[in-house]
Design a protein around this ligand. Structure first.
Ligand code: PRP
Ligand code: URA
Length: 222
């Protein structure tokens, strides 16, 4: 990232359709997640718990449709989510986040997408794709803990759009201002939810202060 201009936090805070969590429980869990002494089993559990909190925030604007039900006491009008929900975990670090999402929306479809960032060029490469051809969703959430240069997130949204998904949200744990700006400018039609906005990318493309490598810390491949 040397020689590349990185925007400051303040410059991206007011981007449209960007939502940064401000919940105290989220901050508490984020502190434990970032701590370098947190070991993989606790790290994975925290990613799932943060995923569930983010799911709660990101689903607040979903559309409902009316339906008739009967309680044990009388008939009534209820409201159910209109249309299916898709979750696309960007492998492999998105897996824990997707699990947390599923605890909030248990009947969501899971569409796995494998993207690996080349650590030298920082370009994302697709290596796995389980997106169905029949698409009938209200919204699809692309979930991945780290929004660093934005390359993986931008590619994931491109792939979902090519499958005909017209309502997409990106959900991540930590964003760097650089990646957040790139994703928001490239895909101004999506909502972006993150738990925290950090300071910058270092020369290796890691988010600082960040949490290190989210995939390695979840799966113990340090
Ligand atoms: C990490 C992370 C994102 C990507 C972010 O994945 O989970 O997918 O890097 O970086 P970017 O914004 O610069 O594209 P990685 O490619 O290391 O794969 P992994 O999930 O298998 O660890
Ligand atoms: N991927 C990670 O896992 N961590 C970072 O800081 C950047 C990309």
């Amino acid at each position: 990232m040397q020689g590349i201009h990185q925007p400051k936090r303040e410059e991206v805070l007011k981007l449209p359709r960007v939502h940064i969590s401000s919940h105290p429980v989220m901050e508490h869990k984020m502190t434990a997640l970032r701590d370098k002494t947190t070991q993989p089993p606790d790290f994975y559990r925290l990613v799932k718990e943060i995923g569930a909190l983010l799911a709660y925030e990101a689903t607040a604007s979903l559309t409902l449709q009316e339906c008739d039900i009967e309680t044990p006491l009388k008939p009534m009008r209820g409201r159910r989510l209109a249309g299916g929900i898709g979750i696309t975990p960007i492998l492999r670090a998105g897996l824990g986040l997707a699990e947390g999402f599923r605890e909030v929306i248990s009947d969501a479809q899971i569409w796995h997408l494998g993207l690996r960032r080349d650590e030298r060029t920082l370009q994302a490469q697709e290596y796995y794709n389980q997106l169905p051809h029949q698409v009938n969703l209200q919204v699809c959430y692309a979930v991945d803990p780290m929004l660093a240069t934005g390359g993986s997130a931008i590619d994931a949204v491109n792939i979902l759009k090519r499958r005909g998904i017209d309502r997409i949200s990106y959900v991540g744990i930590i964003a760097a201002p650089y990646g957040l700006l790139k994703l928001s400018q490239t895909h101004p039609d999506i909502d972006i939810y993150v738990a925290a906005l950090d300071e910058e990318l270092n020369e290796l493309g890691y988010i600082v202060p960040g949490l290190g490598d989210a995939g390695d810390r979840q799966f113990g491949t340090l």
